[in-house]
Design a protein around this ligand. Structure first.
Ligand code: NAP
Ligand code: MG
Length: 402
């Protein structure tokens, strides 16, 4: 069989620890035998980030802006322990944060459903995709622990020196205050990414905030979404038979739980953080979640939702057997290859991605899985495979499907 040819390279962002090991196995067993892989390779492993003063992360994000599609391996976000472990020059920032700020993106997370792993919410039949705004609010807050009686004010000073001033509270004793912000341009990017993704995946889009209480802050989100929908997307949605609606977050929670899934739920930053953990837990776990960063310009970066699986890596280094689930990382590759295929008009690449995803799901449904999956599967006698044998089992299924 001749290999599938590519025209435009993918941006390949290699990473750390166990996921870096899986990365190599996936390429060797599942991609290279079938695809004449073209990538622009960036090594985001912590050692190389340190050697390049983290320039490699910036370069990889800029390459993504230039080429349009990236696939990223999980990477270590350094903390004090990592600074020591890797003898780092600095506590480098989270690569995902750096990439997000360069691409100005929104993160979409969706569960990978397989028979035998039953969601805790019995009526969820289709995936629920969470679209999380990845800028501002409580993640860029300023806080004061108020020591005692006094007046707290919110003051905005314009460039010309004029002021807007509001009293937050007249404290009679100790308390706490917090200042948060967002920018209109970031909210517009968020809305654009959500509408584009809904059109792309032909799913309904729900958006929820607490605008009844937050009459300016949250209401601005609501208004911007509505304005962009009316001006740019209403016709396209009608044509595709999909729907956009806004609802209060309390109402959204009730509706989501009663739904059968199959839609995108756009959330502000904090809501998205909390709700994506809720959704991931209810569907299984993080190793069965895909994650894609979509920029308002229509640039895509695919990754797994989980981290570098450090504990498994240390077992691997000691020569012990690991049984790490590679499915989310494989889906990062298939997502990126399919998108490349769509953009470059290479049907064979899209079909390859579809078939490889089917092979992952069928392998698990046939009872061959990793340890972590066996713990949440209803399969009676699962065959528990090590990391490499699981990937080889997927390859065997892939060949059968051909
Ligand atoms: P993690 O790598 O997601 O792993 C947490 C635990 O979840 C693992 O110890 C393992 O449990 C289980 N797990 C996660 N993925 C699995 C998989 N594919 N197969 C089987 N089990 C899996 O999170 P972490 O240990 O908190 O973080 C490790 C490193 O990852 C950190 O340095 C962090 O900075 C980084 N991180 C990176 C990203 C990213 O690049 N997107 C995201 C999150 C974290 P058991 O050990 O019980 O088997
Ligand atoms: Mg969280």
């Amino acid at each position: 069989m001749s290999k599938i040819q590519m025209t435009t390279p993918l941006v390949e962002m290699d990473g750390d620890e166990m996921t870096r090991i899986l990365w190599g196995m996936i390429k060797e067993e599942l991609i290279n035998p079938y695809v004449e892989l073209k990538t622009e390779y960036y090594d985001l492993g912590l050692k190389h980030r340190n050697e390049t003063d983290d320039q490699v992360t910036i370069d990889s994000a800029e390459a993504t802006n230039r080429l349009g599609v990236a696939v990223k391996c999980a990477t270590i976000t350094p903390n004090a322990a990592r600074v020591k472990e890797y003898d780092l020059k600095e506590m480098w920032k989270s690569p995902n944060g750096t990439i997000r700020s360069i691409l100005d993106g929104t993160v979409f997370r969706a569960p990978i459903l397989v028979k035998g792993i039953v969601p805790y919410v019995a009526n969820w039949k289709k995936p629920i995709t969470i679209a999380r705004h990845a800028y501002g609010d409580v993640y860029k807050n300023v806080e004061i622990k108020v020591p005692g009686a006094g007046k707290a004010e919110l003051v905005y000073t314009a460039a010309d020196g004029s002021e807007i001033r509001e009293t937050i509270h007249e404290f009679k004793g100790p308390g706490i205050i917090q200042g948060i912000h967002n920018t209109e341009s970031s909210i517009r990017s968020f809305a654009q990414a959500c509408f584009k993704y809904a059109v792309d995946t032909k799913q309904d889009l729900w958006f929820s905030t607490k605008d009844t209480i937050s009459k300016k802050y949250d209401h601005t989100f609501k208004d911007i979404f509505q304005e962009i929908y009316d001006a740019e997307y209403a016709d396209k949605f009608k044509e595709l038979g999909i729907e956009y609606f806004y609802t209060l977050i309390d109402d959204a929670v009730a509706r989501v739980v009663r739904s059968e899934g199959g839609f995108i739920w756009a959330c502000k930053n904090y809501d998205g953080d909390v709700m994506s953990d809720m959704v991931a837990t209810a569907y299984g776990d993080l190793s069965m979640m895909t994650s894609v960063l979509v920029s308002p310009k229509g640039v895509y970066e695919y990754e797994a939702a989980h981290g570098t699986v450090q504990r498994h890596y240390y077992k691997h280094l000691k020569g012990e057997e690991t049984s790490t689930n590679s499915i989310a990382t494989i889906f990062a590759w298939t997502g990126a290859l399919r998108k490349r295929g769509e953009l470059d008009g290479i049907a064979g690449l899209c079909e390859f991605a579809d078939r490889l995803e089917k092979a992952c799901i069928k392998t698990v449904e046939d009872g061959k899985m990793t340890k972590s999956l066996s713990l949440i599967s209803t399969c009676k006698d699962p065959v528990i495979l090590n990391s490499l044998d699981f990937i080889k089992a997927i390859r065997a299924t892939f060949d059968e499907l051909g």
